[in-house]
Design a protein around this ligand. Structure first.
Ligand SMILES: C[S@@+](CC[C@H](N)C(=O)[O-])C[C@H]1O[C@@H](n2cnc3c(N)ncnc32)[C@H](O)[C@@H]1O
Length: 228
């Protein structure tokens, strides 16, 4: 019978909490210490994490030197899908808050997504993605955010800013003309769609299967920056 085997624990900076990496049969599972938020990630299910990169990257892949930002790394599936969708001239920055998560991806966990950190187009930064995007006006053709459960049901209150009007305005400033913001969420949220519109985005909300073509669906917003 399969059982959860704790492999490692990684502290979340300035939070007091920690992430736990478990082996579960042939798969890996990441949970918040203490159980809050249930399973954050399971290596068996990554359909919506892949789509989070495929949908925006397809739109900007033909630009001369596409530069994209992903926050956070998790199990590396969004990163792997971005690398697969973009060409050789692309640069993919990944901002990951928890140093331990980066180490896990360099080790056995990395095999699940095909070790995308080893790709020469990847640059990983151990920082809050909010700080990274705020520091680079007009720096990116696409920004992909999967840092929490979505605009609602946050596991880390500090992440709330990125989903607020101020955070979305910062995302708009960090994008190049006609740049695309993609946001992952466990559930739909009409208020968030309206907030994207107010921040200058033309937004579309799509439902994507978590795994295969039936069962649980997640929400992804694909939002294009309006104007030049
Ligand atoms: C659900 S996982 C991302 C899963 C990822 N899409 C994948 O394909 O595996 C969320 C990740 O975001 C990281 N994170 C949380 N808040 C963050 C922040 N403010 N900036 C950067 N990374 C953050 C977490 O440590 C975790 O690794």
């Amino acid at each position: 019978m399969k059982r959860f085997v704790l492999l490692d624990t990684a502290e979340i900076p300035d939070n007091g909490g920690a992430l736990c990496l478990f082996e579960y049969g042939d798969d890996f599972v990441i949970k918040l210490e203490g159980g809050k938020g249930g399973q954050l990630m399971n290596s068996r299910m990554h359909g919506s994490e892949d789509a989070l990169a495929e949908l925006p990257c397809k739109r900007i892949a033909s630009r001369p030197q596409p530069r994209v930002l992903i926050g956070g790394l998790g199990m590396g599936f969004t990163l792997a899908a971005a690398l697969k969708t973009l060409g050789e001239n692309a640069e993919v920055l990944v901002a990951e808050l928890v140093p331990g998560v980066i180490e896990w991806n360099r080790g056995a966990l990395g095999e699940k997504a095909g070790y995308p950190l080893r790709d020469t187009r990847t640059k990983v930064i151990n920082d809050d993605v909010a700080a990274v995007l705020s520091a680079e006006p007009a720096g990116f053709d696409a920004i992909m955010l999967d840092i929490d459960n979505g605009p609602e049901g946050l596991t880390q209150q500090a992440n709330g800013w990125l989903y607020s009007a101020a955070g979305l305005n910062a995302c708009a400033r960090a994008l190049r003309p006609k740049g695309v913001l993609a946001v992952w969420s466990a559930s739909a949220d009409r208020q968030f769609s309206a907030r994207l519109g107010k921040a200058g985005f033309k937004a579309e909300e799509v439902q994507v299967f978590a795994h295969g073509n039936k069962g649980t669906r997640h929400t992804i917003w694909i939002a294009e920056r309006r104007g030049g």
